[in-house]
Design a protein around this ligand. Structure first.
Ligand SMILES: *Cc1c(COP(=O)(O)O)cnc(C)c1O
Length: 418
C-alpha cells in the first residue's frame, strides 16, 4: 500500500501508515464513522480527480465528459433506486454543503427553519450559533418532551410552527437514538405550508438497508444526507427529492452554481460504487445487524446501571450520561476509553448542565464494528469492556487495551463486503 507515496513523500506516508495501524488495532465506536471497501477507495483515488465537470450530465461547461457523465449518471440512478426518490443530486461535497444548498434552494435570507434543538440531538448545520448559516436564516427549535423515552414534543412543535411559519420543517439529527414520528412531521409541515425535509446523514445506511423506516414513505419532500456514515461510502453529501421536479431543479441550481464549483468526480464515482454495494441484499443484513448490535450494547449498559438518553436505542447509536452514572465527565470518559483502544466522542446530553467542551455524555455506535463482522456477542463484550473502564478508571486501561487489540485482530477491517 502507498508504494509511490513512500518513495515520493516520506512525511505524508508516515501519517497515512500510522492511521492504517490505528484503524486496524483499535475499535471504532464513533457512530458517524465506518470503513469503506477497497473498491470505493480505488474510485476515490482514480484519474477522475483530474477532471473539471462543472454542470450536470449532458450539460457541462467543459468538453471531455463522456466518462464523467457515465459515472455521475450511475450514481444518480442508484441513489434514486436506493431511497425511492425521483431526483437525486450527488454533487454536494459534504453533508454540511448539502444542507446549505438545501436552505439556499428553498428560502430567502431571513426566512425561518424549524429544526431539532442542538442539545437534544440536532446537528451544527441545523443552525448552531457558531455557523455562518445561522446568521443568514432564522433557526427555531423543537425538543424532546420526555428525555427518558426520547418522545418529541409534537404539540409544541405544531403550536410554534403555526406562530412562526417556517419555510422548512427539518427532521434529522446526529445524536438521537429513536425513530421520529414521520407522519406527524409531514402533517405539521403541510398544515403550516413548510417543505418537509429530513437530514438522514446518520441513518442513511439503515434506511437503505431497510432496518429503519424511510421518511419518503410518509410523504417527506426532500432528504439530505452524507454518504460516509452508516451508508459506508466516501466522504460526501447527496440531496434526494421524492417527487417534485420544481424542487429538484431549485436544488440543482443551489448546489451548482449557487454554492459549489466543479464537482469532485472521483468522489462521485466512489458514491456510485457505495450505492451499488448498498443495493445488494447483503447490505440489508448489515444494516439490521448494526441496529441489533446497538441494542445489545444498550442492554449491557442498562444492566450496568447506566442512564441512557431516550431510554435506549432504535438505531445505530447510544447516548450515555456518564456524569450521573459514574461521576466522570464525557471528556474524561472519552480520554480513558481512547487509551484503552476504543474511540468514541464526548457529547452534550439534553439540557446539559455541563459545558459543551466537557459535557455529561458520551455517544457511541456500531456501524464500524459491524462492518468488521462483529455480532451481538462481540457487541455485548465491547460494552462490558467499556463499562470496565468507566467504572474502574486508569487501573483497568492496560488490561482492557490488551483484550481490545485481540478482538480487533480477530475481526480485521474487510477489503470488500460480500
Ligand atoms: C454528519 C452530519 C452532517 C454533516 O456532514 P459533513 O459531511 O460532516 O459536513 C449534517 N447533518 C447531520 C445530521 C449529520 O449527522
Amino acid at each position: 500500500m502507498y508504494e509511490h507515496l513512500k518513495q515520493g513523500d516520506a512525511e505524508v506516508f508516515v501519517a497515512l501508515d500510522g492511521e492504517e495501524k490505528r484503524e486496524a488495532e483499535g475499535l471504532e465506536l464513533i457512530p458517524s464513522e465506518n470503513y469503506v471497501s477497497l473498491a470505493v477507495r480505488e474510485a476515490l483515488g482514480s484519474v477522475l480527480t483530474n477532471k473539471y465537470s462543472e454542470g450536470y450530465p449532458g450539460k457541462r461547461y467543459y468538453g471531455g465528459q463522456e466518462f464523467t457523465d457515465q459515472a455521475e449518471t450511475i450514481a444518480i440512478e442508484r441513489a434514486k433506486q436506493l431511497f425511492g426518490a425521483k431526483f437525486a443530486n450527488v454533487q454536494p461535497h459534504s453533508g454540511a454543503n448539502a444542507n446549505i444548498a438545501l436552505y439556499m434552494a428553498l428560502m430567502e435570507p431571513g426566512d425561518t427553519v424549524m429544526g431539532m434543538d442542538l442539545s437534544h440531538g440536532g446537528h451544527l448545520t441545523h443552525g448552531h450559533p457558531v455557523t455562518y448559516i445561522s446568521k443568514v436564516f432564522n433557526f427555531i427549535r423543537y425538543k424532546m418532551k420526555d428525555v427518558s423515552t426520547g418522545e418529541i414534543d409534537y404539540d409544541e412543535m405544531l403550536e410554534v410552527a403555526k406562530r412562526e411559519k417556517p419555510k422548512v420543517l427539518l427532521a434529522g439529527y446526529s445524536a438521537y437514538s429513536r425513530e421520529l414520528d414521520y407522519a406527524k412531521f409531514v402533517s405539521i409541515a403541510r398544515e403550516v405550508g413548510a417543505v418537509a425535509v429530513m437530514d438522514i446523514s446518520h441513518i442513511a445506511g439503515l434506511i437503505a438497508g431497510k432496518a429503519v423506516k424511510n421518511p419518503f414513505d410518509y410523504g417527506f419532500d426532500v432528504m439530505t444526507s452524507t454518504t460516509h456514515k452508516t451508508l459506508r461510502g466516501p466522504r460526501g453529501g447527496i440531496i434526494l427529492t421524492r417527487e417534485s421536479e420544481e424542487l429538484a431543479k431549485k436544488i440543482d441550481k443551489a448546489v451548482f452554481p449557487g454554492l459549489q464549483g466543479g464537482p469532485l468526480m472521483n468522489t462521485i464515482a466512489a458514491k456510485a460504487v457505495c450505492f451499488g454495494e448498498a443495493l445488494k441484499p447483503s447490505f440489508e443484513a448489515y444494516a439490521k445487524q448494526v441496529v441489533e448490535n446497538a441494542s445489545a450494547m444498550a442492554i449491557a449498559f442498562q444492566k450496568g446501571g447506566v442512564r441512557l438518553i431516550a431510554g435506549g436505542t432504535s438505531n445505530h447509536l447510544i447516548l450515555a450520561d456518564v456524569w450521573s452514572s459514574f461521576g466522570i465527565s464525557g471528556h474524561e470518559a472519552e480520554t480513558l476509553l481512547d487509551a484503552a483502544g476504543m474511540t468514541l466522542n464526548k457529547n452534550v446530553i439534553a439540557d446539559d448542565t455541563r459545558k459543551p467542551l466537557d459535557p455529561s455524555g458520551i455517544r457511541f455506535g456500531t456501524p464500524a464494528i459491524t462492518s468488521r463482522g462483529m455480532g451481538r456477542v462481540e457487541a455485548t463484550r465491547v460494552a462490558e469492556l467499556m463499562l470496565d473502564v468507566l467504572k474502574n478508571g486508569e487501573s483497568s486501561v492496560e488490561r482492557v487495551r490488551t483484550e481490545v487489540k485481540e478482538l480487533a485482530q480477530k475481526f480485521p477491517i474487510p477489503e470488500s463486503f460480500a
